[in-house]
Design a protein around this ligand. Structure first.
Ligand code: OGA
Ligand code: MN
Length: 297
């Protein structure tokens, strides 16, 4: 069977069929998928159940995996666990538990790991248990957001550096890190505009973790980031993914934002397993080298 891509929206997203991800992909099938991620930014696969070990094997094809550190219950593994199910007991966690407060951070539009010095290429999320209603994951394209700017606006954005800070983004939902937790992820700098090395298309690295524009007054930077986020996330631009058990969704953290949506987390179980692929190669690009030089100056 040949791989098939059915576009979801004009700006981004494709449903992928004609492949079984756990059967060992040929090099040519994988390179088609890799190219499709550059093109579509979000790839949706139905009916591809996988075990943790199969997810790790599949994820490694995309690049080095990020170990999970800090507050996530799967800390110390290659998984970030998005769930109201206690990892040790298998029972539902109380909504007032600190672990659930932490997960509320995912209700904000964000790209994964932008608070890390080495940014992420993509995330791979698999649905293990899903509630009957709600608990969708929503996506918007920051490539479309960039391309919708005027040429003058784009020229200005191209020159900016953005500071991302995990303590700031979790603080926005009232979650406070202890000093030890905060020290794991000090603020980091990225080019506001990311360029896809294959397609040459540009996108914005914004979202909840984006805290400031470097060298700009605090208020002016915050206002620009809020305006970019508003324009990127208008309701008519959103793809909302309704999960079925066995779904696999891969998204390009350079080019889309995503967020979790609410569900009845007192009575319904939800378990999603995320692996996150790191993008160390981008640190060798001129844009990142300039930033490193400025930071250490
Ligand atoms: C994630 C995430 C959203 C969700 O896994 O990175 O933000 O709907 N998940 O669980
Ligand atoms: Mn996320």
């Amino acid at each position: 069977m040949a791989l098939r891509f059915d576009p979801i929206r004009p700006e981004f997203g494709a449903r992928v069929s004609g492949v079984t991800l756990t059967l060992g992909l040929s090099a040519s099938a994988f390179s088609e998928l890799r190219r499709a991620l550059d093109e579509y930014s979000v790839l949706v696969f139905a009916d591809q159940p996988m075990t943790d070990a199969q997810q790790i094997d599949f994820s490694r094809l995309w690049g080095p995996l990020e170990p999970t550190k800090g507050v996530n219950p799967a800390s110390g593994t290659f998984f970030a666990r998005q769930s109201n199910v206690d990892i040790a007991t298998g029972t539902i966690i109380s909504p007032s538990d600190r672990r659930m407060d932490y997960q509320r951070g995912n209700y904000q539009w964000h790209a994964d790991s932008t608070f890390k010095r080495v940014p992420s290429l993509c995330s791979i999320l698999t649905a293990r248990e899903v509630p009957a209603e709600g608990g969708n994951t929503e996506f918007v394209s920051t490539r479309a957001a960039y391309e919708a700017q005027t040429e003058d606006e784009r020229r200005e954005l191209d020159s900016l550096t953005v500071e991302h800070d995990f303590s700031v983004s979790r603080g926005r939902v009232g979650f406070k890190f202890s000093p030890e937790e905060a020290a794991i992820y000090p603020p980091v700098w990225h080019p506001l505009v990311q360029t896809n090395p294959v397609t040459g298309r540009r996108s914005l690295l914004i979202g909840a973790h984006a805290a400031a524009i470097v060298d700009w007054p605090e208020e002016k930077g915050a206002a620009l980031l809020a305006d970019l986020l508003d324009r990127a996330t208008r309701p008519e631009l959103v793809y909302s993914h309704r999960w079925q058990v066995g779904d696999v969704v891969i998204w390009d953290n350079r080019a889309v934002l995503h967020r979790a949506t609410a569900y009845d987390n007192v009575n319904r179980r939800r378990l999603m397993q995320r692996t996150t692929v790191s993008n160390p190669a981008v640190l060798e690009t001129p844009a990142y080298r300039q930033i490193e030089a400025r930071r250490s100056a």
